[in-house]
Design a protein around this ligand. Structure first.
Ligand code: ADP
Ligand code: MG
Length: 349
């Protein structure tokens, strides 16, 4: 039988384990941008700068002004299964940070050339590491120039893995995915400033938004197409849950589901239960092929949601999914009903 491959069982080496794991975490340049921006958010950054070259195929750079990493912890930061965010199953069940798997930097470093430069808050200077094929030695930590925070540079994505590289698309396509990931995170935290550059051109600059007006300006900027003119605010609370944000009136719907942003405890998610709840509220107002636009934030007790359901952390599991579904459905339905009753509350196209 030529389908049977005779081999003895052996343990995979660390590099290969990382490359296999990277297949789940690093799908394309946008996944790297997402992981790095999440780390910046977790580090308490006030500003995050994302600088992209050639759709991320040539270079991805994410810099922040967060708390930084101690010199001695730099090798750990790029090691697999090393995280400062959880230390027990109990902590995982209540996790509030975006990261917790301790896998992103190691995965990225296994499929690209990564340089991590950081200056810890109290440190008198910055240090850098560039993990290579071998285990990091202590003496590979070198002094570097950086005023504050952390800077991660990623080059040569999939250079050593042609099978993966050939799945990458044209730079413009890859950049559109990056932009989507950037927008998604920029809408997750209004108190933080974000800058996105592509090939030297500033694509997006978002100052921290501290009032509702500034928040709505950011939403309009990122969603575009006069979303603001059609947006209806949502803010409902029940059974320890809160749903807030904006939904667009049915007239602003699209043939594509590309203007839908949903968050659970500030974490961007895609979730069938959540989406279905929203869709159902629009049921009598939208044709089947049309998709509503919305930016919605669900806040629940962290223990009510399992965030460890997906390697890229894009999916979650609700312990009481029926409850969440019905709450989302009713809240969106109420907001829509209020507009129907007052037609000039939002302008129709
Ligand atoms: P995780 O985010 O799941 O912990 P990562 O591989 O993404 O795993 O990061 C590993 C560790 O490196 C983090 O737990 C954190 O301590 C540190 N780290 C990574 N990026 C940053 C950053 N931008 N600022 C400060 N610390 C960081
Ligand atoms: Mg992380």
């Amino acid at each position: 039988d030529d389908r049977a491959i005779a081999m003895t069982i052996c343990l995979l080496d660390d590099q290969l384990i990382s490359q296999i794991a990277a297949g789940e975490v690093v799908e394309r340049p946008a996944s790297i941008v997402k992981e790095l921006m999440e780390n910046s958010l977790d580090a308490g950054a006030g500003w995050i700068n994302v600088d992209i070259e050639h759709g991320g195929l040539r270079r991805i750079l994410v810099a922040d002004d967060g708390r930084g990493i101690d010199r001695d912890e730099l090798p750990l930061a790029v090691a697999r299964h090393a995280t400062s965010k959880i230390d027990s199953l109990d902590a995982l069940e209540a996790v509030a940070s975006l990261g917790f798997r301790g896998e992103a930097l190691a995965s990225i470093a296994s499929v690209a050339q990564l340089t991590l430069t950081s200056r810890a808050l109290e440190a008198d200077r910055a240090y850098a590491v560039t993990p290579g094929e071998q285990q990091l030695q202590n003496d590979t930590i070198r002094p570097a120039a950086l005023d504050r925070g952390t800077r991660v540079e990623v080059r040569e994505l999939f250079a050593r893995i042609p099978a993966r590289r050939k799945f990458l698309r044209a730079p413009a396509t890859e950049f559109s995915h990056i932009r989507k990931a950037f927008n998604q995170l920029a809408l997750s935290r209004f108190d933080i400033g974000f800058v996105l550059r592509h090939d030297g051109t500033e694509v997006s600059r978002l100052a921290p938004a501290d009032d509702l007006d500034a928040m709505q300006t950011r939403v309009e900027k990122l969603i575009g197409g006069a979303f603001g003119d059609h947006a209806v605010a949502v803010d409902e609370q029940a059974a320890g849950m809160r749903l807030s944000g904006w939904i667009a009136t049915p007239g602003f719907s699209r043939g594509q589901a590309d203007r839908q942003y949903s968050y659970v405890n500030h974490r961007p998610i895609r979730d069938k239960v959540f989406n279905h709840g929203v869709r159902l509220a629009y049921r009598d107002l939208l044709h089947n092929q049309r998709h509503p636009a919305y930016v919605l934030y669900l806040d629940v007790d962290p223990r009510q949601v399992d965030v460890n359901a997906h390697p890229a952390k894009a999916e979650v599991r609700f312990r009481e999914s029926r409850l969440v579904h019905d709450f989302v459905f009713r809240s969106v339905g109420r907001a829509l009903a209020a507009v129907e009753a007052k037609p000039h509350a939002a302008r129709e196209v």
